[in-house]
Design a protein around this ligand. Structure first.
Ligand SMILES: Cc1cc2nc3c(=O)[nH]c(=O)nc-3n(C[C@H](O)[C@H](O)[C@H](O)COP(=O)(O)O)c2cc1C
Length: 209
């Protein structure tokens, strides 16, 4: 096996806040481990240039047949964010109300023949991963939320049935965790991951060693 290039092994630059819980088993770029989804957002607005840089990264994500089924409904003004708040479930409002930008990620659910697409949701997930990565590279925080009323969102935003609604992505600069309600502050910590040997199946499903 080719040994990883030592110049790109930067796991030693793990952020102090993650290193006790997020120790990679292999020497991945620290970026992947340092990114985590805080619930704490500063009131500082996301500059238009920064927001569009994040969305531009998603534009370059790979997709099946280069179909690019993802679409982004962005809420930045007070009125736009209040409209989003009508369909975000109460359990997510305590933190997401403070995010300066909310992005609803949707995808076109038909293929070129007008039949149900088998890949649009996978492609939309790739777009989300790219958004999260680009935002982290720019020093911003993201947290996706699936806890919203999809039918209410469809009505409120006028989204046709040919689009599936996946997640609202809260985007902004990290805030002071002390501004979070106690119950959320205690949970607002980086999480660990399953070990790779529980995820990898060698050759056939179920063969892990
Ligand atoms: C599709 C999706 C839906 C999620 N829904 C919620 C949600 O409704 N509320 C919430 O607080 N976090 C939600 N999360 C955040 C995850 O809980 C979080 O990403 C996961 O615990 C991994 O942590 P990390 O992103 O900090 O590495 C969601 C994440 C994804 C990708």
């Amino acid at each position: 096996m080719t040994k990883p290039d030592p110049s790109v092994i930067v796991t030693k630059s793990l952020a102090a806040e993650v290193e006790h819980i997020r120790q990679p088993g292999y020497p991945v770029h620290a970026h992947f481990v340092n990114r985590w989804s805080s619930r704490s957002f500063a009131s500082r607005p996301v500059e238009e240039e920064v927001l569009f840089t994040v969305l531009e990264a998603a534009r370059w994500a790979p997709s099946s047949g280069n179909g690019q089924p993802w679409r982004f409904v962005v809420a930045r003004t007070q009125a736009e964010r209040e409209r989003f708040q009508t369909f975000i479930l109460p359990g997510n409002r305590g933190w997401s109300d403070h995010a300066p930008a909310l992005i609803l990620l949707i995808s076109y659910n038909l293929n070129a023949k007008g039949e149900p697409s088998g890949s649009h949701a996978f492609d939309a997930g790739t777009a989300w991963g790219t958004i999260a990565a680009q935002a982290a590279l720019l020093g911003l925080n993201t947290r996706a939320l699936g806890g919203f009323d999809r039918e209410a969102a469809r009505q409120a935003l006028g989204i046709p049935v040919e689009y599936d609604l996946h997640a609202v992505i809260a985007l902004g600069y990290r805030g002071d965790p002390s501004s979070l309600p106690d119950s959320l502050r205690e949970r607002d910590i980086p999480t660990g991951r399953l070990p790779l040997n529980e995820l990898v199946h060698n050759g056939v499903f179920g063969a892990q060693e």
